[in-house]
Design a protein around this ligand. Sequence first.
Ligand code: ADE
Length: 237
Amino acid sequence: MPNPSLRFDIVTLFPEIFSGYLSQSLLAKAIERGLIDIQVHNLRDWSIDPKHHKIDDRPYGGGPGMLISVEPVIRCVHDVQAMNSTTGLVILLTPQGERLGQPRIEQLAPYGRLILLCGRYEGFDHRVVEILKPLELSIGDFVLNGGEVAAMVVVDATIRMVPGVLGDEQSSWEDSFSRGNRMLEFPQYTRPPEYLGHCVPEVLLSGDHQKIAQWRKEQSERRTRERRQDLLPGDDA
Ligand code: ADE
């Protein structure tokens, strides 16, 4: 089988968190078809403490919690890089990172290989950042218990960019935010045409494709204006 077009290496202290996610059908099919490959690595395997497999320590200068030590992370990334001939872009998931958005997601897939470092506790010894110079990404202005959920977000959004991952009938092309599109999606309906007095808008039942397209465009614009002023042209917030 040819090399997959996108390989992820996820470095985590909690590999089991990923098993349910990885077995979901869209992902499992993409892996089976050789389009993507996802390898999960337990950082504890690179502990320099053979007895207790410890990978964390108290911060210099005091303060609450524990930090992930520099040495296991550097050794781990070195070994993981060597597992494949494509050099992976190293990404560190952290609330201190660049806020993730669709333009960044679209840039990631062409790298071919992404190494995702998931933090826990109070984060990493800063020398991890100094030495590896990772792309630091945050999925939003809130603090998670670890980078694992954020790593899943990166995987989930990025694989949509890999040709063939989505079925023919699905497409990332018209996604909100894709390829410079900065409009929210219009509302959609399916059967029945009426439920508890709530009717599907007449125009969608009309069969007039031009009218339907116009209605959808208006709805998108209206939603965006009402909910996300910041996405409208001229507002670079
Ligand atoms: N780890 C903890 N919080 C995070 C966030 N908001 N984004 C990415 N990684 C995180």
